[in-house]
Design a binder for this molecule. Structure first.
Ligand code: GDP
Length: 197
């Protein structure tokens, strides 16, 4: 739909928004593509350090907007780049009255990293509800996933704005994607029955 590299370029605030955030390479573009059923909607290859922007995707006949927040945690990111990321995200979170929920994507193999915890603290402090999505579930065994779930749940207890349970997905195998589509719809339209679609 549109992209915004500065806060002045954000689209109007009439449509409910659900935002996606995560370290670079966590599988965010792949999940957005899987959720929307469009193979090339969000680019799946990125050049670290390229201009960062918020990307907006209109879905469900334009009644919901998915917001792809720029990835963080590039090993090579300069301090200036980190600062501008923080400023852009903070302004978006402060400005956007129709943001319903944020999904923080975490690689199932790696768990929560410092950058993720900083984002969680920011969302807690701003009272923005969020849920952890454990991505690339096909890459680890069930026992490892069970341990990652338990560790993540334990960490979430300290975060007041977090949904208490994480959700796992595999964009490549399609696990957990239907459930997320339903959840996004319900978040954006809490009063509409999903059965009427
Ligand atoms: P982004 O930087 O967060 O947007 O990450 P991408 O969606 O571009 O994915 C980064 C890499 O992880 C790519 O090589 C993807 O093919 C791979 N990837 C993404 N999702 C999955 C998944 O569910 N399973 C597996 N096995 N690989 C994935």
């Amino acid at each position: 739909m549109t992209g915004a590299a500065t806060i002045d370029a954000l689209p109007d605030t009439s449509v409910p928004e659900v935002a996606f955030v995560g370290r670079s390479n966590v599988g965010k573009s792949s999940l957005l593509n899987a959720l929307t059923g469009q193979g090339t909607l969000a680019r799946t290859s990125h050049t670290p350090g390229r201009t960062q922007q918020l990307n907006f995707f209109a879905v469900a006949d334009g009644s919901i907007r998915l917001v792809d927040l720029p990835g963080y945690g590039y090993a090579k990111a300069s301090k200036g780049a980190v600062k501008s990321w923080n400023n852009l995200i903070r302004s978006y979170l402060e400005y956007c009255p129709n943001l319903r929920h944020v999904y923080i994507l975490i690689d199932s193999r790696h768990g929560l990293k410092d950058g993720d915890k900083e984002v969680m603290d920011l969302l807690d402090s701003m009272g923005v509800a969020y849920q952890i999505i454990l991505t690339k579930a096909d890459k680890i065994k069930k026992e490892e996933m069970d341990k990652m779930f338990a560790a993540t749940e334990a960490a979430l207890k300290k975060h007041p704005a977090a949904f208490p349970q994480p959700h796992s997905t595999s964009s490549h195998k399609g696990y957990g994607v239907d459930d997320m589509q339903t959840a996004v719809f319900k978040l954006a339209h809490p009063d509409v029955s999903i059965d009427n679609l």
